[in-house]
Ligand binder design. Structure first.
Ligand code: PNS
Length: 165
């Protein structure tokens, strides 16, 4: 049987505890998981792609996520091109609310139409239901403490002001 390979794509700007929760759950469901930092053409980013990738690597390692987990970045084209290249037939997304369902559904259908890649939605732990990268960006940008919402590596990074904002 072919290995079951999936991609968890996202902006991860910055990675949150909600992202980490979905990554940990997905890693237990697939033989190989690609966590992919993707450039979202519809969003102005706070952190460079390479920095987001580095923070994810650190966070996933420090959290002791088990399984075959590859962390990569992608800004060269369609997400499904990356998925097809690595043999992934599934994308995994976290769903916190009906708002997420409405946002994710058209993308899931387009990705299936483009390349027969299915999207699987996972429910994060309810304790992460209200955490979002945009909220973290806002609180961090105004000097607030974001440590309850992000992995320790991200909290350290944002706390030192290394992000340059
Ligand atoms: O964390 P986000 O910003 O909600 O993630 C959205 C993302 C980056 C996964 C989405 O914008 C995306 O897939 N972008 C890559 C470009 C692409 O393939 N677009 C067509 C299908 S939506």
């Amino acid at each position: 049987m072919d290995p079951r390979i999936a991609v968890v794509p996202g902006s991860f700007d910055p990675p949150t505890l909600g992202h980490l929760d979905v990554i940990r759950r997905a890693a237990g469901l697939f033989d190989q998981l690609h966590v992919l930092v993707v450039h979202n053409p519809g969003k102005e980013a706070m952190l460079p792609l390479a920095e987001r990738q580095r923070l994810l690597e650190q966070s996933i390692s420090e959290a002791g996520v088990e399984g075959d987990v590859i962390i990569a970045a992608w800004s060269m084209g369609l997400l499904v091109d990356y998925a097809t290249d690595v043999g992934a037939k599934v994308l995994v997304k976290g769903i916190r609310s009906q708002v997420d369902v409405a946002y994710e559904t058209p993308m899931a259908i387009v990705n299936r139409d483009l390349a027969h890649v299915e999207t699987v939605f996972l429910l994060p732990d309810p304790s992460h239901a209200l955490v979002s990268s945009s909220l973290v960006r806002q609180v961090a940008g105004l000097g607030g403490d974001v440590s309850p919402y992000v992995p320790p590596a991200v909290a350290r990074y944002l706390d030192t002001g290394a992000r340059g904002i």
